[in-house]
Design a protein around this ligand. Sequence first.
Ligand code: SAM
Length: 192
Amino acid sequence: GYRSRAAYKLKQLDNLENVISGGNTVVDLGAAPGGWLQVAAEKVGPPGSVIGVDLQRIKDLEDATLDERVETLRGDMTEDKTRERVIDAAGGPVDAVVSDMAPNMSGEYSLDQARSLYLARQAFETALELLDTGGNFVVKVFEGPDVDDFRADIEDEFQYVRATSPKASREESSEIYFIAKGRLTAPVRPGD
Ligand code: SAM
C-alpha cells in the first residue's frame, strides 16, 4: 500500500500530463512520509532513480525493489546547503522536479499561504538549478494573491504550464498544483 493519500495526487497529476517517464531521474521535495516516492519509484522503473528530501526523516521503502531506486536526504530546502546536497546527490541534470512541500499550519490563512508560496518558490529555484532542457516541474501552492505572478515566472521557463486541483486533494480546496512541461533552457548554477 501507499504511505499517504498524497500518492494518489501524484498519480492523477502524472495521468494528466505525463510528468515522469521510465528511466528518469526525479527529485521529490517535501517527500515524507514517502507516498510520492513510492509512485515515482514505480514510474521510473529499474533504470531510473528518485531523490527524496524532507525536514523529516523518511523511512526506507518496504519494497526492496523500489527502495533500490530511492535515495533520501534530510534537510531544509530553504537552506542553500541542502540545495547543494541535492545537487551533489543528483550528479547532473535531472528529468523532473516535483514538490509537495507545505508549511506547518498556523491556522491563519494569509500566513500559511505566504509560507506555502515561499516554499514553492524555493522549489522553483531548485528546479532551475537541476532540470535538464525538456524537463518537467510540479509544484504545490496554496491559492492567494501572488500566485499569478509565480505562475508567470514559471511560464517564462517552460513550454507550457497547467494548473490543477487533483480530486484526491479536494477537501483541502485551497491547494493547487502547477504542472510545468518542457523546460526551455539548460540548468543555471549560481556563479556560472
Ligand atoms: N508528498 C508526500 C507524500 O506523498 O508522502 C507528502 C508531503 S507533505 C504534504 C509536506 C511535506 O513538506 C512535509 O513532510 C514537510 O516536512 C515538508 N516540508 C515543509 N517544509 C520543508 C522544507 N523547508 N524543506 C523540506 N521539506 C519541507
